[in-house]
Design a protein around this ligand. Structure first.
Ligand code: FRU
Length: 484
């Protein structure tokens, strides 16, 4: 693990590229004991530009080793987002000897004066555990005569209909295609008209099945990221739909808009392919940034980081089926307990401060409101740089304020408060993972998430708890710091 930070803001627990620019996670796949993380990468500059697929591998989803660039631009275009699968039964014909990896990605050909921008889907395969890649000579395998936004293929094997499925972002909709061999694709249906948020272009979809708690009941979840729209402070963000899918059509059962994350810094996230059945988790990684300011965040020589890998699950809450998120258990071995806090009463007059002083930390709190109008905690990055998380009992809302968290002046939008509407404020459980330049907050066992970048001089020096105009009980609390 990178225990010593050589560069300012470089995260310890989160993947960040060694050099230059990164955006979306691509081609997340598990194969032969390794998790593969490919990523949108500009190897020449630390702003978005001509896209390549960077590559990293990990054995535990936390410690990543960056490898050589996997996919390079060619005459069909630069390499936009996409996915990767293991072709176990050689449906593609690329693997006469033993199973290997197929990447399905978008070729993006930037328009010129006489030619409009062209996006098409292409294949590359690897017979050596992702170390080297060969582009398929029949590329592109899927084009569209008129659609300009036609990208980000997510492919999976659909057991019930015995075929490959692709979900593709197609402007303000997603489209489903099917294939027996990854090379020939047939249009199945389109989803999105008149449902969900259309505040921005639809991008980076994902579709998978999850069980509700331990009920054995399964539903399909469709993730759709939506691009930045200058009219809204939120910038780019991700919505999801819960419903059914039969190999031809997705039917949503929710009419409301469901956001995957209430923070600004979780975008274009997708899930891993080919997690072994014995494991059974649906593991997700997002790009921990926002198109509104991603090109301006104050790091030098490298830019952007991924969220921590999270397990996605479904839970029934007040009759509604929602996606809950939990950071993968692999992270636990990177922490050891520093302090356990039980049965403390917090009142306006008292100073409940706890020294932390660590390169990264985890704070877990179960708080029970007695009669406070507001309560919460302040994360002291340094003596003068802090982030505040406030629960407002009248507004039924949690807000995260990062305007004093350190460097914020690279964007007008960055210092604005991020909020989540809560179901209730009587009892709340919070889990916050603090790294060098991020906070990931999970509310009530992952029912709501708020992911936020911060750029302080130090990750954390201390935590303090507060209550305004009344008391709050800290039923249970735990602070954890690096293990070693
Ligand atoms: C999402 C996105 C994708 C596209 C990629 C380009 O962040 O815009 O739709 O494939 O980034 O880098």
């Amino acid at each position: 693990m990178k225990t010593t930070k050589l560069e300012k803001y470089r995260p310890v627990l989160h993947f960040s590229p060694n050099r230059n620019w990164m955006n979306d996670p691509n081609g997340l796949v598990f194969f032969k004991g390794e998790y593969h993380l490919f990523f949108q990468h500009n190897p020449f500059d630390n702003i978005h530009g001509p896209m390549y697929w960077g590559h990293a591998v990990s054995k535990d989803l936390v410690e990543w080793e960056e490898l050589d660039i996997a996919l390079f631009p060619d005459e069909l275009g630069t390499i936009f987002s996409g996915s990767a699968v293991v072709d176990w039964h050689n449906t593609s014909g690329f693997f006469p000897d033993e199973p290997g990896l197929v990447a399905i990605f978008t070729h993006h050909l930037e328009g010129t004066e006489n030619n409009p921008t062209k996006q098409s889907q292409s294949l590359a395969y690897s017979r050596d555990r992702g170390r080297t890649w060969v582009k398929y000579e029949g590329n592109p395998v899927l084009t569209h005569p008129t659609k300009v936004d036609f990208r980000d293929p997510k492919v999976f094997w659909h057991e019930a209909s015995n075929k490959w499925m692709m979900v593709l972002a197609t402007g303000q909709t997603v489209s489903f295609y099917s294939s027996p061999n990854l090379k020939e694709w047939k249009f199945e249906s389109e989803f999105g008209d008149g449902i969900g948020s259309h505040d921005g272009v639809w991008e980076c979809p994902d579709l998978f099945e999850l069980s509700i708690d331990n009920s054995g009941i399964k539903k399909w979840v469709l993730l759709v990221s939506i691009g930045d729209n200058p009219r809204f402070d939120s910038g780019s963000r991700t919505q999801y739909f819960v419903g059914s899918f039969d190999g031809n059509q997705f039917v949503a059962e929710n009419n409301d808009i469901k956001w995957l994350d209430f923070g600004k810094d979780n975008y274009a996230g997708v899930s891993f392919s080919d997690i072994p059945q014995a494991d059974g988790r649906r593991i997700y990684i997002g790009w921990m940034s926002n198109w509104r300011y991603a090109n301006h965040v104050p790091t030098e020589g490298w830019r952007s980081q991924m969220t921590l890998p999270r397990e996605l699950m479904l839970r029934k809450v007040d009759g509604d089926t929602i996606v809950v998120q939990k950071v993968v258990g692999e992270l636990n071995s990177y922490f050891s307990k520093q302090e356990e806090l039980n049965g403390v009463t917090i009142s306006g007059e008292m100073d409940n401060s706890y020294e932390v002083d660590a390169d990264y930390a985890e704070v877990e709190l179960t708080l029970e409101n007695v009669n406070a109008s507001q309560y919460g905690l302040t994360i002291w990055h340094t003596k003068t740089q802090f982030t505040t998380i406030t629960i407002d009992t009248n507004e039924n809302r949690l807000s995260l304020d990062r305007k004093n968290s350190g460097k914020v002046d690279f964007s007008d939008n960055f210092p604005k408060t991020q909020t989540v509407n809560l179901k209730g404020t009587i009892r709340i459980q919070l889990r916050i993972i603090i790294d060098t330049s991020s906070l990931e907050l999970f509310i009530n066992d992952g029912e709501q998430a708020l992911t936020s970048l911060v750029y302080p001089d130090k990750a954390c020096e201390g935590i303090s708890l507060f209550a305004v105009k009344g008391n709050v009980n800290l039923v249970h609390g735990k602070i954890s710091v690096p293990s070693n």
